[in-house]
Design a protein around this ligand. Structure first.
Ligand SMILES: [Zn+2]
Length: 297
């Protein structure tokens, strides 16, 4: 029984979290574990504060740090850690102004290829976060961002690797545009995970993209209104940043376990215990395993 006395005791997976050894690092992972968390997608964090890598060799050094951190979390905290590696679209946009459009784009695509190589070796499970800037940019940069995203999606599709998308928040309009780019690139929409997604998981809103739902306060009630209208997959995330300069700017590492328990309370008002268990097994095990690999038995 994964629900015991009204509490979820099954797996709990945060599908988008960052950790930083210069910040809380392992102790944040310990908090997640203590709260009942079992699995994380550890997403590569760009080094905005300490300088951005400007060669592929430096990108590789940064990727290896993330892979090494994942190992430490596995060994010392005992979590199941899946690494998501890739070049951030904001890094690309910033580097246009220092390296130039051509060099920044080349570095971005080389970084995608390198991340896909790590996926092929089994060291990472998805490409991310990739996407397009979430703030307004010039028409030239916006157009280049969309062309580049289509190339990135095509590369992911050819490698059979799912992606986590960092994009602007323009509701269903953003999703329909992303879905169209997926279709052109030959990437299955369900393999394109909208990170920091709205808790509206209905197909009419997501257009078939998968959602890694940001579990802010209202997320539980929004999920309750829409989960029956989702035919793709959704999971839960914090996007915990582990940034010492912005403590409390984002959801903390205990949030997904906490919201899961709140959701159980609410689900048991509208579903049988078996139905609630089945739904939460999908959210915390079956769907993320489908995207990021099989769960350890
Ligand atoms: Zn993130």
């Amino acid at each position: 029984m994964a629900i015991s006395k009204g509490r979820w005791v099954g797996p709990i997976w945060d599908t988008h979290i960052h950790l930083d050894l210069q910040a809380r690092g392992l102790s944040a992972a310990q908090d997640f574990s203590n709260a009942g968390g079992t699995h994380i997608c550890l997403v590569h964090k760009p080094t905005f504060s300490t300088g951005l890598p400007d060669t592929i060799e430096r990108v590789d050094v940064a990727y290896r740090k993330t892979l090494d951190l994942a190992d430490q979390v596995r060994r010392k905290i005992g979590l199941d850690v899946r690494v998501v590696l890739g070049p951030h679209p904001v890094v690309w946009e910033k580097q246009i102004h220092t390296l130039g459009m051509e060099n920044s784009t080349q570095l971005h695509l080389d970084s995608v290829e390198l991340a896909l190589n790590y996926c092929a070796e089994g060291k990472a499970v998805a490409l991310g976060e990739v996407g397009r800037p979430h703030y307004s940019v010039s028409e030239e940069i916006w157009s280049a961002a969309n062309t580049q995203l289509e190339t990135v999606m095509r590369m992911a599709s050819q490698a059979s690797v799912p992606i986590q998308l960092h994009v602007e928040d323009n509701g269903a309009q953003t999703n329909v545009e992303l879905a169209n780019i997926c279709d052109r690139a030959g990437l299955s929409r369900s393999c394109a995970v909208h990170h920091y997604a709205s808790a509206n998981v209905s197909d009419t809103f997501t257009h078939g993209l998968s959602s890694s739902v940001s579990m802010a306060k209202n997320s539980v009630s929004d999920l309750l209104k829409t989960f029956r209208h989702c035919t793709t997959t959704w999971t839960m995330e914090t996007d915990y940043l582990d940034d010492p300069n912005r403590p409390g700017a984002v959801l903390g590492p205990k949030t997904v376990p906490k919201r899961t328990q709140q959701l159980v309370d609410e689900l048991l008002q509208v579903l049988t215990q078996n139905e609630a268990e089945e739904l939460l097994m999908h959210v915390h095990s079956i769907w993320p395993s489908r995207l990021y690999g099989e769960i350890d038995p």
